[in-house]
Design a protein around this ligand. Structure first.
Ligand code: NAP
Ligand code: F7E
Length: 324
């Protein structure tokens, strides 16, 4: 039986990865940080199957303690301040958690047991103002937010530990991936959740920022498999994980409202408050290397993703409406 430690287990990807590893019969530990109220909604159904350890990426000792307690074969570093607008509001904190946090993890792994395999959650946001399309492992980086800059540091320090110490440390450059467990502040979930509320008479409008932005969206449940596959290879290497399809935020709105049989013109308002100081306008990933070497490909397409998210929001909102 293999053992894994997942940082960020309470987040979207952490919950899907924990489920995936449990199905593979792993012993799963998760690092959970202290918050005033427990944030375990997405892992509630797994609570008896995983072991939660207290720790924070800002606190090196807590990481070392978690490694000693779990003795993992594999570490998946998914924890970060991941909401891009907040990275302008809290740039130093974002640098500490999303950037330097990776070094704290790598350094703790190196000292405790350098044979542990390490996965770093890198992002398409490192491509930012894209230099080529589609983006692959060789595309130059140009991040457009403090988050993207911090992630780029995390990406390079992972490569540096691999090259300096021969560690099995890899970086997955994942394009946007969504699910019913996506945080409500991210645009896809904001759209499906608010549109479902409108359908049920619980909201009157949906306020959005730049609806021309284009993203390569996939389903989080598909993408966590790629993380695991990267750690099962003979050689540690970095991979782009993407659907290869691009859609605008406007397309996402249209697909959601069409599915709900609502007219978006009646409800969607543009609000300057949600525009960013600098934008990543267009992303489209080329996951050819992952397809060839990992045998990975996404299963859930754009329309199915939208429908899955809308259905989940409708169901959750309807049951909470009934219970009131
Ligand atoms: P998420 O839902 O925002 O989850 C982030 C997780 O990190 C949460 O469990 C959060 O804990 C934890 N965390 C935040 N700060 C921490 C700290 N200082 N110490 C310990 N834990 C901390 O993110 P996600 O969508 O699952 O993404 C997983 C990772 O992949 C992130 O690193 C993200 O930046 C990266 N990524 C995401 C995407 C995407 O499209 N989803 C694409 C590329 C890369 P709380 O629950 O307590 O807040
Ligand atoms: O924005 C536009 C916004 O916040 C997508 C994170 O997981 O993926 C995520 O980052 C687009 C942007 O995701 C609103 O301007 C319009 O162009 O859903 P998002 P993101 O910024 O792409 C990457 C890969 C990560 O690594 C990150 O951790 O949508 N947009 N109107 C809006 N965005 C938000 N949030 N809210 C709006 O009202």
């Amino acid at each position: 039986m293999k053992t894994a430690l997942i940082t960020g287990i309470t987040g979207q990807d952490g919950s899907y990865l924990a489920e995936f590893l449990l199905k593979k019969k792993y012993h799963v530990f998760g690092l959970e940080r202290r918050t005033s109220k427990r944030n375990r909604e997405s892992i509630e159904h797994l609570i008896d199957k995983v072991e939660l350890l207290s720790g924070d990426l800002l606190d090196a000792e807590s990481i070392t303690r978690a490694l000693k307690q779990s003795k993992p074969d594999e570490v998946y570093n998914l924890a970060s301040q991941s909401f891009i607008p907040d990275s302008w509001r809290q740039p130093v904190y974002t640098g500490e958690a999303t950037g330097l946090g990776v070094t704290r993890m790598l350094e703790a792994v190196r000292e405790f047991d350098p044979n542990i395999k390490f996965y770093q959650a890198s992002t398409s946001e490192m491509f930012g103002k894209v230099r080529a399309t589609p983006q692959n492992e060789g595309t130059p980086f140009h991040p457009r937010s403090p988050y993207g800059v911090a992630k780029l540091y995390g990406h390079w320090i992972t490569i540096n530990y691999r090259e300096s110490y021969g560690m099995f440390a890899v970086s997955g450059i994942l394009f946007n991936h969504e699910s019913p467990r996506r945080g409500l502040e991210f645009v896809t979930r904001k759209i499906t959740h608010t549109a479902a509320k409108i359908k049920l008479g619980l909201a009157k409008e949906l306020r959005l920022g730049n609806t021309s932005a284009e993203r390569d969206w996939g389903f989080a449940g598909d993408y966590v498999e790629a993380m695991w596959l990267m750690l099962q290879q003979e050689k540690p290497q970095d991979y782009v994980i993407a659907s290869g399809e691009t859609h605008s935020v406007e397309d996402f709105v249209q697909a959601t409202f069409k599915y709900l049989k609502l007219d978006p013109k009646k409800y969607v308002k543009i609000d300057k408050k949600f525009f960013r100081p600098a934008e990543t306008d267009y992303l489209r990933g080329d996951a050819g290397k992952a397809r060839r070497e990992l045998g990975w490909k996404p299963k859930v397409g754009f329309e199915k993703l939208v429908q899955m998210m809308v259905d989940a929001d409708l169901a959750a909102l309807s049951s909470s409406k009934i219970s009131k």
